[in-house]
Design a protein around this ligand. Structure first.
Ligand code: F6R
Length: 623
């Protein structure tokens, strides 16, 4: 949700900022802008500016900003930039960031929401400050100017620190002041921020991909910290203004993970990376017939004592949790409650100190999930997080972290991270089951061997992806698509349906097969496309009856099934996509891939912007 970057050094700041923003566009893309400290502004045509800080910003994607930059004179070696996902005020040129203060002394970029901005705005207006935008961010720029003008003429950092004390809400901020050409300031509360440490240059960004081309040495800022960033020095302060000694966090990502590497879209690249991603997590956690969990004290020492598990997450991660609930209950026989993170803390959940809360998040920054985690800790529960982004807020605040090792995921729609979240949940379920002796050694070994096969089974599905592509070419014009399944296939259907609607904009709903006739079947008509998941032997007859019910109403049915059921299923379904035969408990890790491909090829056929669907952002850091 909004991406911010900052740079100070000897390079052309405009280029560094724009390149960084390109890597952050997944966080929001309705407008973009940069502010560069660059001497006198010789051409004011397209810029709003003070004397030394030149700002270029506009509605639309980065391409529009780049076009505007070409027609402006903006240059220098220090600057801040922003790509926006609108919260306060429609996406237009004026509401785009950076925002400058009343006298244009201060420029600010912001990710987050300031909840008390109306009161602050009223106060500042009474002090003579004028506002031009509808945003909460402009309040921050003016508040800093207020403190700077009246109290801290000598030092901008103090003005920032005092302003932050008045802000309620969340922020990651990049701030420049016209009087200080040698520094910019960043601050964080609730929204992610990393500082990149270079040789005679330093960087800041909402996320690591934006700085990866320049440095792998980073400081990860904690909540309430403020950093003063100069070309050859970074000083970090805590919320009380005391200097903090930060540890350097070395990023070991493969840089190609943030490039398309010849694929048309990040989404198809990431789907094709699933076998490799699965191998990463499975091989690191299952070795020589054992689950490797030495770093996870909750599993190693506390598994036997856990009474109840809560799983909390949002969106696709929540859908992974739906599978996780069934698998943990089946294998480890521990009752599991699952909640959507945005509802969790308002439900007044009954958590006891002996309970375990598992939070799942690709980004590790989803605000609802982070708040749920804090709520769980307040209630005395232990928190195990399943997270992809190393060093993220959720990872740092959890008691234990099981990293999903899927490498960065750039496409807005989550794919490989979901498969790896599932793998992590199977590993947790099996580890608990083994510790609690709810599965015997032989059965556990068999499951581990089956899990080891999963990457090659997914690769096999990918080898037949033209079948899905051909189907999409014929049916992408569907107005509405229903997904049905039972048991684990229902959990799978929910994720398949989300993937389709979010990137192809086709209306879609997922239903437990038996539930459809309790109302929703009224929407089914001649020609409606129904995707049926039929992978569970013990539920096969039931779901086949549900398929017959929709077939009787003239639908077109695409079924996803295991090879051994193909003959039977194809007698009723119109088209069958087959996945290899396997242990039915483990099916979701493989059967999701054709559903992801289906969504992808439908969206491509419709000419949609697959990697950046409308209204969405990858990391939801505002409530
Ligand atoms: C959908 C999607 C979202 C995320 C959700 C949670 O494709 O990506 O539904 O799954 O916003 O995000 P994380 O996993 O980062 O907490």
């Amino acid at each position: 949700m909004c991406g911010i970057v900052g740079y100070i050094g000897k390079k052309d700041a405009v280029q560094v900022l724009v390149d960084g923003l390109k890597k952050l566009e997944y966080r929001g893309y309705d407008s973009a802008g940069i502010a560069v400290y660059g001497g006198k502004n010789e051409n004011k045509r397209n810029t709003c500016t003070g004397n030394n800080i030149v700002v270029v910003k506009c509605k639309g994607r980065l391409d529009s900003l780049q076009e505007k930059i070409k027609n402006s004179i903006i240059r220098g070696n220090m600057g801040i930039g922003h790509t926006r996902w609108a919260t306060h005020g429609e996406p237009n040129d004026v509401n785009s960031h950076p925002h400058v203060s009343h006298s244009s002394k201060i420029a600010v970029v912001h990710n987050g929401i300031i909840e008390n901005y109306t009161e602050l705005k009223e106060f500042l207006e009474s002090e003579g400050f004028e506002f031009v935008s509808d945003t909460d961010t402009e309040v921050i720029a003016n508040l800093i100017e207020y403190f700077y003008k009246y109290y801290h003429k000598e030092e901008i950092t103090n003005a920032v620190v005092n302003s932050l004390k008045l802000l309620e809400g969340t922020y990651a901020l990049g701030i420049m002041c016209e009087d200080f050409p040698d520094r910019f300031i960043v601050a964080r509360k609730g929204s992610p921020l990393v500082i990149g440490l270079g040789e005679n240059e330093n960087f800041a960004a909402s996320d690591i991909p934006a700085i990866l081309a320049h440095t792998r040495n980073t400081y990860i800022l904690d909540d309430d910290e403020v950093a003063l960033i100069k070309q050859d020095q970074v000083i970090v302060y805590d919320g009380f203004g005391n200097e903090v000694k930060k540890e350097v966090f070395k990023v070991d990502w493969d840089i190609t993970a943030t490039e398309k590497s010849g694929y048309e879209h990040f989404m198809i690249k990431e789907i094709c990376e699933e076998p490799e991603a699965l191998r990463n997590i499975i091989n690191s956690r299952i070795k020589d017939g054992e689950i490797v969990a030495g770093d996870l004290s909750i599993i190693e020492n506390e598994a036997a004592r856990v009474n109840k598990i809560f799983i909390v997450a949002c969106g696709t991660a929540y859908h992974a949790g739906l599978v996780g609930k069934q698998v943990i209950e089946t294998l480890a026989k521990i009752p599991v409650e699952i909640s959507i993170a945005s509802e969790f803390r308002y439900q007044d959940p009954i958590i006891s100190p002996g309970d375990l809360v598992i939070v799942i998040s690709q980004s590790g920054e989803t605000i609802y999930t982070l708040f749920a985690l804090r709520e769980a800790k307040r209630a005395g529960a232990r928190v195990l997080s399943i997270v992809n982004t190393v060093g993220s807020s959720i990872a740092r605040e959890s008691d234990n972290v099981l990293y999903t090792l899927a490498e960065p995921e750039i496409a807005i729609a989550s794919t490989k991270a979901y498969n790896n979240q599932l793998a992590a949940l199977y590993i947790v379920a099996l580890a608990f089951a083994m510790k609690r002796r709810t599965v015997n050694d032989r059965a556990a070994l068999e499951i581990m061997e089956e899990i080891k096969r999963i990457p090659e089974l997914v690769a096999e599905v990918l080898n037949h992806r033209e079948e899905v592509q051909k189907f999409a070419a014929r049916h992408y014009n569907s107005k509405s698509v229903f997904f049905i399944g039972r048991g684990l296939d229902y959990a799978l259907s929910v994720e398949g349906s989300l993937k389709l609607k979010e990137i192809s904009y086709i209306h879609s709903e997922a239903y437990a097969g038996g539930e459809l006739k309790h109302g929703t079947i009224a929407l089914i008509e001649e020609g409606t496309l129904v995707v049926a998941c039929v992978t569970q032997n013990y539920l096969k007859d039931k779901i086949m009856s549900n398929i017959k019910e929709v077939k009787a109403r003239g639908t077109l049915v695409l079924a996803v099934t295991q090879s051994r059921f193909t003959c039977e299923v194809s007698r009723t379904a119109d088209i069958v996509i087959t996945i290899p035969d396997m242990n039915q408990l483990l099916v979701p890790m493989v059967a999701i891939t054709p559903l992801q491909l289906l969504a992808y090829y439908f969206a491509v056929q419709k000419g949609c912007d697959v990697d950046k669907p409308r209204n969405l952002a990858k990391s939801v850091t505002v409530e």
